[in-house]
Write a protein that binds this ligand. Sequence first.
Ligand code: ATP
Ligand code: MG
Length: 631
Amino acid sequence: QNHLSSVLGISLDAPQKQAVMTISGPLLILAGAGSGKTRVLTTRALYMLEEQKIDAKSIMLVTFTAKAAREMNERIKANTTLNQVQLNQLLIGTFHSIFYKILLHHDRNRWNSSHLLKWDWQKENYLKQAARELGLDEKEFPFDQALQQIGYWKNTLYTPEDVKPSDSFEETVLSLYKYYEQQKLQHGQFDFDDMLIKCYELLHDNPSILEAYQQRFHYFLIDEFQDINPVQYKLMKLLSSHTKNLCAVGDDDQTIYSFRGSTPSFILSFKDEFPNATIIHLSSNYRSDHHIVSSANAVISKNKQRLPKQMVAQYESSYRPTCFFPYDEEEEATMIVNDIKEKIAEGATPNEFAILYRTHTGGRAIFERFVQSSIPFVIEREQSSFYERKMVRGVLAYLQLSINPDHTAALTELIRPLFLKQSILNDVKALSILHDCSLVEALLFIQGLPSFQISKLKKIVPRISQLKKEKPVTAIQIIEKELGFHDYLKKQGNEGNAIEKGSDDVNDLKVVAKKFSTVSEFLQHTDHMTLTQRALKEQKTYNWSGVQLMTVHRSKGLEYKYVYILGAVDGSLPHDFALESARKGNNEFLEEERRLLYVAMTRAREHLFLSIPSYRRGRKASPSRFLKPLL
Ligand code: ATP
Ligand code: MG
């Protein structure tokens, strides 16, 4: 055993060592955050390679993110005597990367990435077609929710035939799901979920193919087992059914992907599925300062659905978790960026910081402040600009037309809140030439509109040009209350919850607008941010170095010396929908939100900052109910 630590240069405590050296049979390592689960997994792979001389080819190591896979690869590379060729045989990756490789191996053409439906908008296009055929109102339907529901079904291995819809919304989504699958098949396309589902079908339906993989792979190691979903679980079970050398590590308190079908039930029933399984508990926390550990414990211990766990911190310091109380999101961003600047001036490096938020929109203000600062930062690539959201574009259109009454793109946006038909756009162009006036003024010359629309336009058009004289936030209020935008929001709200989301977006926009004294300065800012975000999105090479800005979901498994949690208020963390469902008597989502906070807090090694703004999205906010045990 000493040999192990001296050869590998990795120190381990007794239960960790036991976990590393238990190579055969099913093994579950169940332990809290920062207890060394991932380290055990990496060391175990090294132990198998270096000490047991197990063929690299026979080991499969599954991580939750590509970043984690890269880190593990580097860790193993740094500690092994194997050469690169041997190491390349070791299969380390996410579920998607591993099973996609297997699919590709069997049919390179069928699964070529040019057939992949990569973006949500591509999938939504199919759903929209289906909606049209069903006669649904395409503008009002929450397609993002539908996609999420479909993803949930797919990951649970429910085909459209298996689904038993529980309400009318699910019934509709089921029809969309059927159509989506048909279209995908017809066009020879596939989506990310199919990478797993089709691979499962391949292995399940072809015993000879399965056998070939079983002959190659003898050892399976899975990180973040608490977030495994049914299709992933079935795949692993199938592959490992001959050797049963399945090692899973996880923490039931960190299940945070249940909306995608993840469920801790596989952790909880491990012993039933594998009666001779070894179960090891780790109880020392090596990551975080003891104040952070005890705060995180205090928070998570309020959950009812959990296995009791011990967490004893190994590090002590005098740093205590700190709360910020900014006025709103903008001040929150300013305070944090200033704080980070100070710490960098004192010698910290940008890589040591992470900023975590509940949802992508929650990161808007801080993103903008970083763009304006000189501190290097990294943000998840797929995030699209806040200013490109539907309602935001709508409001901005009025302002853009106020400055430039010939702004074609803005006019295209404006016809939605004015309830005009797309087809009038051509007329407007012609009318502006005929009457030698601007595009906006040409709206007054449209023929054949009902009289209520004519009088509305007569009122609205002249006021648009005056908006630029107002303060930006006043201008937005005028747009909402006097220029018809509120009616538009209300109309959108009749179906689904679009009114809330939409008015939240408009409120966010007002929070930004408050910082500017003229409409044109404000628009310069929104343009600049949109362009920056688009440029980031299109960047080919990705920069990993800098302050990390990400959602709590993405921070899983990672650790930073300094962690800032944004928006630790009710409505954000816990999210509104969880509060709403708790009011209806269902506490499941609330517990998942609490786990999210637990994950966020336990990312911190030395310094943890919780930001509790007094106002969020233009409304008064109160500190997260989860913080009660701490405040
Ligand atoms: P999470 O649940 O957040 O994924 P984890 O259980 O996977 O956490 P690790 O990331 O493996 O925890 O370990 C947390 C930190 O503690 C790492 O920096 C790791 O290097 C360190 N660590 C783990 N075990 C030991 C040990 N025995 N001695 C010293 N440091 C350790
Ligand atoms: Mg881990």
